[in-house]
Every structure is written in structure tokens, then in C-alpha cells.
Design a protein around this ligand. Structure first.
Ligand SMILES: Nc1ncnc2c1ncn2[C@@H]1O[C@H](COP(=O)(O)OP(=O)(O)OP(=O)(O)O)[C@@H](O)[C@H]1O
Length: 264
């Protein structure tokens, strides 16, 4: 379970560039919830992900995972609880290492600092079994350098690596946005499959409204550092993109301004 309590973040305080990124966010994700997050430009979505993962420290407030207070811990120390996939397929994997070395690295995530990347035959058969789940034939290329994979293959591997040790929280940061439509659909399908099979508690930022409605069990809409709308499955399942945009306008008094908005 993830609990955020009164999280606030101000960038460049006291300067002409002062920006309120998060303004007292309180949020509870129950175990197994799959929450999609959409919002206007500068709403604070990335800052929220960065505060949960430890890239950014909040000015105020508390982050708890499974009851552990973690907002003072380094990004590395939190990695035993958190898996994250970024927009850039290059971000989650090491290009000069082989597929199995990358998997070995993910396997050791959050454990002792000394990285022993030795791949024993027991580990190799575990990796082969896991990577088969992607359905991309990568199990026959375990020795290939990751830099040789396509963007979609690499993002599929990133997703597998992020979920390898069944994290308590999975953070998906526009992880299909840089892919062409067919690859994006493949990664979306794999995401649904892995989240469902492992019952992962998931927070996914997207600019694709249709995807935000279709995926997951709950939808958050952010604006100006706050959660403006919080739709549970019952309300989310029948809502249309037009209704969602209409609701946003009604509550915020403005049209949704998102230069990367994809309607569906
Ligand atoms: N490192 C930083 N330094 C200064 N200001 C920042 C920094 N990171 C974010 N901000 C500001 O904080 C606010 C929230 O930014 P954030 O990137 O979290 O929004 P977002 O919802 O992810 O936006 P987008 O959808 O446009 O990527 C914005 O006004 C942004 O300019």
C-alpha cells in the first residue's frame, strides 16, 4: 500500500521563477490498485512520481510504502519497494550489457550493494522463463547486447526488469509515449498482463485520455499541484473522453491545457 500525506513541493522558492509543483497531495493506493494519472501541463505529475521514487525530496509531507516511512531514504534504498519504467526506452536498461546481465541486475535490485552479475544456470533458466512471458522471442537472444534491441523490445525488457522482483509499487511514467502505435499497444498489453498476474499496485502517468480511461481501476486528474478528480472504477468504466474533459473544465474553470494530449 502507498500512502502520501500532505505532500508539497515548491521549486525556486523566493525567486521570480517560484513554482508550486505539488500543493498538499494526500493519496492512498490500496494493494493491487492500478491508478492512471492525467492532467494539464505543469500539473505536478512528474514531480509526484519523482517524490515517490526518491529523485526529488518533498518540502513537506510523508511518503509511506507498506507502512514504512520512506521519503527520507535515497532512491537506491527505495528501489527494493519500487519499480519504475520511464518514457525513454533507453533509460531503464544498460545498452552495453547483455539481456541476461540486465536481468541479473534487476534480480539484485534493492539487495546488497555489491553487484555480482554472475549468471548461474539456475538463474539463466529463471530468466529464460520470465522473458518468455513477453512473447517476443528474446529468450533465444539472452547473450545479445541490449543496445541492439528495438525501442519496443527494450521497453518490454524495462517493464519486465521493473516488475522482476514484484515491487510493492510500480511507477509507469508515460512509458508508451515514445513508441509507435503498434509497439505502444504491445507494451500496454504486457503492462496489463504483468500488473494483473502479479497483482501490482501501480501508478501510471499518461497523456492518452482513452488509455487512462480504459486501463486500471481508478483515474486521477491533476491540475496545479492538486488532485482535481479521483474516479473509482464504477464511475470510470463508462465515462467518455468528452465527458472527462467537460468535468475538468467544470471543476477547474479552464480547458485542459496539455500540449501532448492524445484523445484516443
Ligand atoms: N527541477 C525543477 N526546477 C524548477 N521547476 C520545476 C522543476 N521540475 C518541475 N518544475 C515545475 O513544477 C511544476 C510541475 O512540473 P511537473 O513536471 O511535475 O508537471 P507535469 O504534470 O509532469 O507536466 P507535463 O505534463 O507538462 O510534463 C511546473 O510548473 C514545472 O515547471
Amino acid at each position: 500500500m502507498l500512502e502520501l500525506s500532505k505532500i508539497s513541493k515548491l521549486f525556486n522558492p523566493g525567486t521570480p521563477d517560484e513554482k508550486v509543483a505539488l500543493n498538499g497531495i494526500t493519496l492512498k493506493l490500496k494493494a493491487g490498485e492500478f491508478v492512471t494519472v492525467i492532467g494539464s501541463n505543469g500539473a505536478g505529475k512528474s514531480t509526484l512520481m519523482n517524490i515517490i521514487s526518491g529523485v526529488t525530496k518533498p518540502d513537506y509531507g510523508e511518503v509511506r510504502i507498506e507502512g514504512n516511512v520512506i521519503h527520507h531514504l535515497s532512491e537506491y534504498k527505495r528501489s527494493r519497494w519500487i519499480g519504475r519504467v520511464f518514457q525513454d526506452p533507453m533509460a531503464g536498461t544498460a545498452p552495453h550489457m547483455s539481456i541476461e546481465e540486465n536481468l541479473a541486475m534487476a534480480y539484485k535490485r534493492g539487495q546488497s550493494r555489491g553487484l555480482r552479475l554472475g549468471v548461474t544456470s539456475r538463474k539463466r533458466s529463471l530468466f529464460r522463463e520470465q522473458i518468455q512471458r513477453l512473447g517476443l522471442g528474446l529468450e533465444d537472444r539472452l547473450g545479445a547486447k541490449v543496445g541492439l534491441l528495438s525501442g519496443g523490445e527494450r521497453q518490454a525488457l524495462s517493464l519486465l526488469m521493473a516488475t522482476f522482483t514484484k515491487p510493492d509499487i510500480l511507477l509507469l511514467d508515460e512509458h508508451t509515449a515514445a513508441l509507435d502505435p503498434s509497439r505502444a499497444e504491445l507494451i500496454t498489453r504486457l503492462t496489463e498482463q504483468l500488473v494483473r498476474e502479479m497483482k501490482l499496485t501501480t501508478l501510471m502517468v499518461t497523456h492518452n485520455m482513452e488509455q487512462a480511461i480504459r486501463l486500471g481501476t481508478r483515474l486521477l486528474m491533476m491540475d496545479k499541484g492538486r488532485v482535481l478528480m479521483d474516479l473509482e472504477q464504477e464511475r470510470k468504466k463508462d465515462i467518455t473522453v468528452a465527458q472527462l474533459l467537460g468535468e475538468f473544465e467544470k471543476i477547474s474553470g479552464n480547458k485542459l491545457s496539455d500540449d501532448r494530449l492524445v484523445l484516443g
